[in-house]
Design a binder for this molecule. Structure first.
Ligand SMILES: Nc1ncnc2c1ncn2[C@@H]1O[C@H](COP(=O)(O)OP(=O)(O)OP(=O)(O)O)[C@@H](O)[C@H]1O
Ligand SMILES: [Mg+2]
Length: 250
């Protein structure tokens, strides 16, 4: 079981979109579980789940949950609005950073990949997600790219690695909502080079593509909704890179 979380405390950068679409592409070849750790429940709603019988909150309450099947080889543990206050409640728990890691043990033999969609904040739920993961993918929106934003996500991951989860590595930084006409500023590219970060970026960039939003309105992954769209082509390409990076090490 490879566990991968999608993390960035900036909202709207494509964490949920990437979770939906990479998980769906992977489910063609592997058993995949997705976990919605955001009380906004965008991931759950994207699969038409609004009033689930089990939720991620049950998982954090250390209950045993049976994930909901949404497609062949693709299961979800959805979120609900009441999960909003969860991080305050688990503050007082014993080993509060490791609740999710412990809970995922029971799925170890059942899935090849687990994806955890984080909320747009660095709260205790996000710390649990990073502590339970082998890899993190950090999506960054092309038009709002900031070195300090990316640096702080890398530093946050590094401190989790040093203090809680030595097994975690950054699988890649992912440029999303990319528009070829708006080249990443030369200054930024130079800074990326200076920091030696080029290899950290996936070669695939997710282009801006209105079909992606339309597919979510229809509660379908992009590959199912329009397999010829740029969005589908980009997410298939990203999925191949993810498989290779996981298989060959970083
Ligand atoms: N490549 C893309 N092209 C066009 N629209 C996109 C693309 N990727 C994501 N979107 C749209 O941008 C919005 C934000 O994306 P998404 O929900 O995946 O971000 P997020 O990082 O999960 O946000 P939050 O932090 O609020 O959970 C959504 O409406 C989604 O449909
Ligand atoms: Mg989201």
């Amino acid at each position: 079981m490879n566990t991968i979380c999608l993390m960035n405390n900036k909202g709207g950068v494509g964490k949920t979109t990437t979770t939906i679409n990479v998980a769906y592409c992977l489910s063609k070849k592997a058993k995949v579980l997705i976990i919605d750790c955001d009380s906004q429940s965008n991931l759950s709603n994207s699969f038409g789940i609004t009033e689930p019988s089990i939720s991620v909150y049950d998982l954090f309450k250390r209950k045993s949950v049976k994930p909901i099947n949404v497609r062949k080889n693709l299961d979800i543990i959805p979120s609900t609005g009441d999960f909003a206050g969860a991080d305050l409640i688990i503050q007082n728990e014993f080993a509060r950073e490791l609740i999710l890691k412990k809970q995922l043990n029971e799925f170890r033999e059942l899935y090849d990949y687990v994806f955890i969609d984080c909320p747009p904040s660095l709260n205790l739920v996000t710390i649990n997600a990073l502590s339970a993961s082998d890899y993190v993918i950090i999506p960054v929106e092309a038009s709002a790219f900031s070195m300090s934003g990316v640096s702080s996500m890398i530093e946050f991951t590094t401190s989790i690695k040093e203090m809680i989860n030595p097994d975690i590595n950054i699988l890649g930084l992912l440029i999303t909502k990319y528009d070829k006409r708006l080249k990443l500023a030369t200054k930024i590219l130079k800074q990326i080079e200076e920091k030696g970060w080029e290899r950290a970026f996936f070669n695939t960039k997710i282009r801006i593509n209105t079909t992606i939003a339309a597919s979510q309105d229809e509660q379908k992954p992009i590959l199912e909704y329009d397999s010829k769209s740029h969005g589908a082509i980009d997410y298939v390409s990203l999925t191949k890179e993810i498989i290779n990076r996981v298989k060959n090490g970083l």
